[in-house]
Design a protein around this ligand. Structure first.
Ligand code: FES
Ligand code: FES
Length: 169
């Protein structure tokens, strides 16, 4: 196959996106971040470093957080993909993760917030699945891949801790 033909190669991918079955044709090396933003116009998943360092692009795949900037869209085949748009919004109502972030003043510029909210949602689902109690140290560890330049993290961790305590209490 010539290089030119390789560049033109396209593949089909089918997955569930925020509860809806979707399918599309993609380049084999397309990252899920750009498929979400450019094809599905879901702009809440943020392009930050695009190197797996900042967590701004965090989404859930089969209920676990992944960096969409490093996740091949082809690998979403048959999986459940969940973005911030599927979590909640001002019109249809906020998810309890978002409510806790707001209640604790954990959102400033907001650039990290969608990724942070999805990482916390993943943590909540993990706690529910495993029945493990995640303490403050475990929450900090879980969130260490999500960078925030504004808040100093304390209010974000407070919000996550409150959420997990509520869910366990
Ligand atoms: S944009 Fe994906 S980790 Fe920074
Ligand atoms: S609120 Fe600004 S980067 Fe986190």
């Amino acid at each position: 196959m010539t290089e030119h033909k390789k560049e033109e190669e396209r593949i089909e991918v089918r997955f569930t996106l925020n509860g809806q079955d979707v399918d599309c044709t993609i380049a084999p090396m397309q990252m899920l971040l750009h498929l979400l933003r450019d094809h599905f116009l879901l702009k809440g998943t943020k392009p930050g470093c695009e190197e797996g360092e900042c967590g701004a692009c965090t989404i859930l795949v089969n209920d676990m957080p992944v960096n969409a900037c490093l996740y091949l869209a082809a690998n979403a085949e048959g999986k459940r993909v969940w973005t911030i748009e599927g979590l909640g919004n001002g019109q249809d109502g906020l998810d309890e993760v978002q409510k806790q972030l707001v209640a604790h003043g954990a959102v400033q510029c907001g650039f990290c917030s969608p990724g942070m909210a999805m990482a916390i949602k993943g943590m909540q689902l993990f706690q529910q699945r495993t029945q493990q109690v995640l303490d403050r140290a475990a929450i900090q560890k879980w969130l260490e891949g999500n960078l925030c330049r504004c808040t100093g993290y304390v209010h974000i961790v407070d919000a996550a801790e409150r959420l997990l305590q509520q869910n366990h209490g």
